[in-house]
Ligand binder design. Sequence first.
Ligand SMILES: Cc1cc2nc3c(=O)[nH]c(=O)nc-3n(C[C@H](O)[C@H](O)[C@H](O)COP(=O)(O)OP(=O)(O)OC[C@H]3O[C@@H](n4cnc5c(N)ncnc54)[C@H](O)[C@@H]3O)c2cc1C
Length: 340
Amino acid sequence: MLADFSSFKGVWTLGEQREGKISSVSYELLNWGRGLADKLGVELSSIIIGYKIEGVEELIYRGADRVYIVDHPLLERFTPDAYARVLEALVKEYKPEVFIASATTLGRTVMPVLAARIGTGLTADCTGLDIEPETRLLLQTRPAIGGNVMATIKTPNHRPQMATVRPRSRKPLPRDPSRRGEIIFKEYPEDLYKSKINFLRFIKDDTLETPLHEADIVVSGGKGLKGEKNFQMLHELARLLGGAVGASRSAVDMGWISYPHQVGLSGKTVTPKLYMAIGISGAVQHLAGMSSSETIVAINSDPDANIFKVCDFGIVGDLFEVIPVLIERIKKYKEERGND
Ligand SMILES: Cc1cc2nc3c(=O)[nH]c(=O)nc-3n(C[C@H](O)[C@H](O)[C@H](O)COP(=O)(O)OP(=O)(O)OC[C@H]3O[C@@H](n4cnc5c(N)ncnc54)[C@H](O)[C@@H]3O)c2cc1C
């Protein structure tokens, strides 16, 4: 006999905040959630946990119909045990049919704990989410078997259907301040908020000049760079363009550049305005992290390189000839224009 899930309704997204300020991933996730809620014809809610959270109505302007807030000094910092208990209490009370989070540190940590506590499934790190029209089931798509196939996973026997999606895989919806919604403050007994984890200190990752995910321009290098010192060229190019330096996994594995720069399936997902793939072949695992970029420029000496199938502009040539010329041209252009 099939289980009766008729009491489970609505799509939820897990919002995130840092020091009370709502993070942009919360709005990106609402874009995913809005699409699913509209297909199901249900409401979209955003959940946000923290302390002294500001500007909650922004979640409504960006697509939520309802916001549930749990605001308490003990929840100021993310602790997986306390956050999971709060989410469990909310899920048990309001019964969403779909609950999604970003595959950030918070989402990747708390969602598995929550799924285990409430006895449902979770598909981590999805690149696509949709609704199957006949069954109303959530279709959770993610790369599998080393990125060689895309697997679509369903959760027919448990609720909520839970998934995390890669941050930066969608842009936030346009802000609409005329949108109206409901904001609900929830309180639970203080014991629920107490964590066994002691927060010591927060260490900022200073290895990137401009964080990759915030850069409008990403200049990425691959094995074609042939050595660590040649990445200096890319740093110079990125500086001139006001962008950040990315890399393929091969370049990272060779020790030419550190892991926080890695773009792809096992690295970061980026959606900049301009992505430059330099000496990168365009393996499917690399494409998984950058193919949604607005404009892709590839520089590769092999005219058959896979990257040319996804790029908007391709230069077939030796990067050691092309990049110095490009740097010189940009410098000259900037001089002529007064460095703007
Ligand atoms: C589970 C799994 C996860 C993975 N995750 C990632 C990931 O997150 N990110 C990632 O990038 N990869 C990932 N990979 C690895 C991926 O499969 C490829 O091996 C990798 O992307 C190749 O890197 P590359 O393009 O720099 O090197 P190559 O494939 O060796 O390509 C080098 C390119 O440089 C070009 N070239 C050489 N000399 C020059 C020159 N002088 N001028 C111009 N072009 C030149 C060549 O024509 C070639 O196309 C993953 C693999 C697995 C199995």
